[in-house]
Design a protein around this ligand. Structure first.
Ligand SMILES: NC(=O)c1ccc[n+]([C@@H]2O[C@H](COP(=O)([O-])OP(=O)(O)OC[C@H]3O[C@@H](n4cnc5c(N)ncnc54)[C@H](O)[C@@H]3O)[C@@H](O)[C@H]2O)c1
Ligand SMILES: [Zn+2]
Length: 343
């Protein structure tokens, strides 16, 4: 099978390319290398690399030529700095996806399309009130956070809410610009599927970590920020009380989910998660365990308005729909991550 991997020089796209090349697929990679200081080293020799932006019509046209399937990973990632980033995120992610889909349309492509989405489409995770059952968590109040009251509260009775696993039917509630572009990427891709007859699958990755993760930048994930701190001999600074819950999923598992999705014809969006939730505090401890003589994590009580408290995925639909179950355990993956190469 000839597969186009957009963003194939990146953290996740690179891992997808490795697995596809290992089983003999023919690869085309379209990547602007915008997120790279050095040329990518780990692209399989057999892959054809087109250095170009999703906005570049000629490059995109070349990239889609003759492919049987498309795995769309390229995006401007992370939270950005502030709202001033809005036009860049929309141009790269919405505009870039639109340009890719138009090129596929002009080629009458009806093959498999798999797109990278994210848990950020949900905003806050799912919550239950002991008295009112499933309720929607409102944004947390500054006064509560200042008083170290971190759990979101029930809009009806004010009680602290408990988290529950988010299923794919949860309302989409993007809370930042990047998240809004991921929702739009899904919607545009599904529209393409309807109009063209192609089968489209969106994979909502939870917190991905593992080898070749980008280093500590304003755009990096928390695992990489802690890893960079530990490497510099500094204690990871854990915000709030450290009990924020996430699902950390290894990049090899995420890549395998992409391969499974490419091989299936299931249409829809599913979580890609380990199914083994952990607190951010636990993650910092597990990572510190992978270092000898590293300072232990410090829980600071600091907070960032707009951070979500708990987002925990239900992994059930992915298992049913594309046969995906994560294989890398948390302790094993985090210990290895202490020494994995970073980008
Ligand atoms: N890392 C995570 O935890 C995570 C979580 C949820 C979703 N995702 C999604 O997974 C995908 C891959 O992310 P990643 O973590 O591997 O990031 P990454 O930055 O390592 O990879 C993205 C790649 O896309 C390329 N790229 C970016 N904009 C481009 C453009 N306009 N044209 C061509 N190439 C472009 C970059 O050069 C880079 O190689 C993204 O769509 C991201 O939104 C990542
Ligand atoms: Zn209540």
């Amino acid at each position: 099978m000839r597969v186009l991997v957009t963003g194939g020089a990146g953290f996740i796209g690179g891992a997808v390319c490795e697995q596809l090349a290992a089983r003999g697929d023919d690869l085309v990679v379209l990547d602007s290398l915008a997120a790279h200081k050095e040329p990518p080293e780990r692209l399989p020799d057999s892959a054809e690399l087109i250095v170009g932006d999703l906005a570049d019509d000629a490059a995109v046209r070349r990239a889609v030529d003759g492919v049987d399937a498309v795995c769309h990973q390229a995006a401007r990632v992370g939270l950005g700095v502030d709202f001033d980033d809005v036009a860049d995120y929309v141009a790269d992610n919405d505009g870039g996806t639109a340009n890719l889909l138009r090129a596929l349309w002009r080629r009458s492509f009806t093959g498999r399309l798999v797109v990278a989405s994210s848990m950020v489409v949900y905003g806050e995770g799912r919550y239950r009130c002991p008295r009112h059952g499933d309720v929607r968590a409102e944004a947390r109040r500054e006064a509560d956070l200042d008083a170290a009251r971190f759990e979101p509260r029930c809009p009806d009775c004010g009680a602290d809410l408990a988290w529950a696993p988010v299923t794919e039917g949860a309302p989409l509630d993007p809370r930042n610009v990047y998240a809004a572009t991921k929702v739009h990427t899904e919607h545009l891709s599904f529209l393409y599927g309807r109009e063209s007859g192609a089968n489209v699958c969106a994979l909502r990755y939870h917190n991905v970590y593992g080898p070749h993760m980008p280093r500590d930048t304003p755009y990096a994930g928390v695992a990489s920020i802690f890893r960079s701190a530990l490497e510099a001999g500094k204690a990871p600074r854990v915000f709030e009380d450290g009990a924020q819950t996430r699902d950390f999923v290894h990049v090899r598992d995420v890549a395998r989910a992409n391969v499974l999705a490419l091989d299936s014809d299931w249409t829809g969006a599913c979580n890609v998660a380990s199914g083994e939730p952990h607190s951010v505090g636990d993650m910092a401890e597990a990572l510190a365990d992978g270092f000898t003589d590293a300072p232990r994590p410090v829980v600071t009580g600091e907070y960032r308005l707009g951070d979500v408290r708990h987002v925990v995925a239900s992994p059930e639909l992915a298992a049913e729909a594309i046969g995906f179950r994560a294989e890398t355990g948390f302790a094993e993956g985090m210990t290895a991550f202490a020494t994995d190469p970073l980008r």
